[in-house]
Ligand binder design. Structure first.
Ligand SMILES: [Zn+2]
Length: 82
C-alpha cells in the first residue's frame, strides 16, 4: 500500500469533525461520518463488529485524504462509502 508523501492537514488517527480549510466540505463530512461509525474498538475489532480495519474504515480514511486534495481522480475506483 503506497502512502502519500503530502503532509495532511489533520491527524489521521483523530480527524476533526469540521473539514480543514482546504478540504471539500461535503466529501469530508461524508467521509468523517463513515470514519466515526468505523472506529477501532479494541485491538482487532471495528465498531461495526468486523475485523479491524474493515473495508469501510479503510475507505473512510482514504476519502478524508482525498477530500483534502485538489485531484479528484485520486478518489476513483476505490469503491463507494455507504
Ligand atoms: Zn467497520
Amino acid at each position: 500500500m503506497t502512502r502519500s508523501n503530502i503532509a495532511l492537514p489533520y491527524d489521521q488517527a483523530d480527524p476533526p469533525e469540521q473539514p480543514p480549510a482546504q478540504a471539500k466540505p461535503r466529501l469530508w463530512r461524508r467521509a468523517y461520518q463513515a470514519f466515526d461509525q468505523h472506529r477501532q474498538r479494541g485491538d482487532t475489532t471495528c465498531a461495526c463488529g468486523h475485523p479491524w480495519p474493515c473495508r469501510q474504515a479503510e475507505l473512510a480514511a482514504h476519502y478524508l485524504e482525498v477530500a483534502c486534495h485538489a485531484d479528484d481522480a485520486a478518489g476513483q475506483d476505490r469503491g463507494e462509502l455507504t
